[in-house]
Ligand binder design. Structure first.
Ligand code: GTP
Ligand code: MG
Length: 222
């Protein structure tokens, strides 16, 4: 496949059940880059069978996987999407159009749950509180810190992101705002994930995410 317009980074830790659907939903001309973060299941084989590029990243952490995907990408535009079937890669088209039209430098998907259990209450509350702090820090009207997003690859690299855990999506927004980027949010459906919950559905995962993000926000204020 020649270099496509969009490389879609799909961080992946044990998502063998979700990957076939996720990869089948990539729009025409979009290339999947599945970053296998040390899965103990058949995620890597299934990703390769599904036509994705497979990148192996041994260091655990969402940011570690997401950033390895960004470094492996070669397309002019890079998009990010979870690999657990909670979000539909077909919805990336709206985000990418915002970037190609020049309306946004960073386009973000605001998660809109399609079912009550798509997003547990404790996670919604934590996300709302963090989003409010993010609005105060950046002055940009944003409501979510969701992982679905799109931007120009070289511009993203120039942000010099350093977080390798769950603060990565927040750090991207904070750095983009400081750099004067147009950060635009649109609604994207958020469905119950396929497979066992790792972060949001578990208290430990949520606590780590809040810790990572609070540290970044404190740094921003300092
Ligand atoms: N939790 C976690 N996810 C990772 C890691 N590396 C890659 N991922 C992938 O990152 C994406 C987001 O993680 P999720 O576990 O779905 O996190 P979440 O949506 O907050 O919470 P749940 O869906 O409830 O687990 C998924 O595609 C994971 O497979 C990692 O080290 N930890
Ligand atoms: Mg998920």
């Amino acid at each position: 496949m020649p270099t496509p317009l969009v490389d879609v980074v799909l961080p992946c830790l044990n998502e063998e059940r979700a990957l076939p659907w996720v990869l089948s939903r990539l729009p025409e001309g979009y290339r999947g880059i599945v970053v296998d973060n040390g899965s103990s299941d058949r995620s890597a084989e299934i990703a390769a069978d599904g036509g994705a590029i497979v990148v192996h990243e041994a260091r655990r952490g969402f940011g570690s996987a997401a950033h390895a995907g960004l470094l492996a990408a070669t397309a002019p535009i890079v998009a990010f999407c979870d690999a657990d079937a909670s979000m539909d890669p077909a919805d990336l088209v709206g985000l990418v159009e915002l970037v190609t039209s020049g309306a946004a430098d960073l386009a973000l998907g605001r998660r809109r749950p399609t079912a009550a259990h798509a997003w547990p209450l404790h996670a919604r509350i934590a996300n709302l509180a963090l989003a409010r702090l993010m609005r105060t820090a950046t002055g940009i009207r944003l409501h979510d810190l969701g992982p679905m997003r799109a931007a120009n690859r070289e511009a993203l690299l120039s942000l010099g992101l350093g977080d390798r855990r769950s603060g990565y999506p927040l750090e991207m927004v904070l750095r983009a705002a400081s750099a004067g980027w147009a950060v635009v949010e649109i609604d994207t459906p958020y469905a119950p994930r396929v497979g066992r919950s790792k972060v949001t559905g578990t208290l430990r995962g949520t606590v780590i995410a809040v810790q990572d993000m609070s540290r970044l926000l404190r740094g921003e204020r300092a």
